[in-house]
Design a protein around this ligand. Structure first.
Ligand code: GDP
Ligand code: ZN
Length: 305
């Protein structure tokens, strides 16, 4: 959250207000204000503004899945987490993708995968095994497990302006956390989608108002069609050490069906006998790479206990 010297930046119908947060409001609420929170703003006689009330939160992205400790909310009222990678330059980091999508699942927030630089696929087409056909090119095989697991995978090219209308539809009217390694084209995509936005200088445009119930927008970029994209640098490196290891199986949606057949209800799909998840990995219906990333996150979560 970008709180500059105790000032909260709040989006309202006709721009942005710099507000204070009175101690009375701080104490009366059971939580801290986070990026994405809806608040009620009061304009005082001297034209200064203050936050009068924190409104209930619909959802929150936290480090450990459930909002148990109030100070750990990363972004409030998040609708979806978008993991952004590029087909090449840099090559996709699937370990990061699986960590981000797991974080989304643990927070019960939708996850999606944006695969940018689709224009670079054309050069390698002959060497690429046939993957899934999309409107903007053939999705390489490496991404097929995500489609099979139920994730929306969007192939885009910021430079060719391909796949942008699908992306725009998916972002409209929602709060999206955009995350991925630097260099994959996140700024290029956002600049292409939000005319007038220049991420480097951090300008923020205007948006249609939501009346009195407005949003603390310290690190949110308002989207012209409604909705916001949240800038959360470093989210892809968030450790899952506060996650309950038993919850981690739910962070991989494709494990759900086979897990129902495991001998133990609390099976962690590692050494346990009669584990249908491991059987599915051996049979190739669950991606070996996703499974290895699951094991790595499981070890991380167990270490945090
Ligand atoms: P960010 O660090 O994720 O915000 O990435 P940038 O938007 O700064 O882009 C990094 C580099 O990738 C820049 O040189 C961009 O011009 C380039 N780039 C971005 N999108 C595309 C694309 O769709 N295709 C290609 N070939 N290059 C791209
Ligand atoms: Zn199992």
């Amino acid at each position: 959250m970008e709180v500059v010297a105790g000032t909260y930046h709040v989006e309202v119908a006709d721009g942005r207000l710099e507000c204070s947060l009175p101690g009375r409001v701080k104490r009366s609420s059971a939580r801290f204000v986070s990026v994405g929170d809806l608040v009620e703003v009061e304009r005082l006689a001297d034209e200064s503004c203050r936050i009068a009330e924190l409104l209930p939160r619909q959802s929150a992205l936290t480090r450990h899945g459930v909002a148990r400790r109030r100070e750990q909310v990363i972004v409030a009222n998040v609708d979806q987490v978008a993991a952004v990678v590029s087909v090449a330059r840099p090559d996709p980091d699937f370990s990061m993708v699986d960590r981000l999508l797991a974080l989304a699942e643990l927070n019960e927030v939708a996850g999606l995968l944006i695969v940018n630089k689709a224009d670079l696929l054309e050069h390698s087409r002959e060497h690429e095994p046939a993957g899934v056909d999309t409107a903007h090119g053939v999705l390489p095989d490496d991404f097929v497990p995500y489609v099979r697991a139920g994730y929306e995978v969007l192939l885009t090219s910021a430079t060719r302006r391909a796949g942008l209308s699908e992306l725009r539809d998916r972002l409209a009217d929602r709060i999206t956390v955009f995350s991925g390694p630097s260099g994959v084209g996140k700024s290029s995509l956002l600049n292409a989608l939000m005319p007038g936005l220049d991420l480097r200088v951090g300008e923020v445009g205007e948006r249609k108002g939501r009346g009195r119930h407005t949003t603390v927008a310290a690190a949110l970029y308002p989207f012209p069609d409604g909705g916001y994209v949240a800038d959360t640098p470093g989210l892809q490196y968030v450790a899952l050490w506060e996650v309950d290891p038993a919850d981690l199986t739910h962070a991989f949606p494709e494990f759900g069906e086979p897990a129902a057949g495991c001998r133990f209800a609390n099976c962690r799909h590692r050494e346990e006998p009669e584990c249908d998840v491991r059987t599915a990995v051996e049979a190739g219906s669950i991606s070996e790479r996703r499974y290895q990333h699951y094991l790595a996150l499981l070890a991380e979560a167990e270490e945090g206990r």
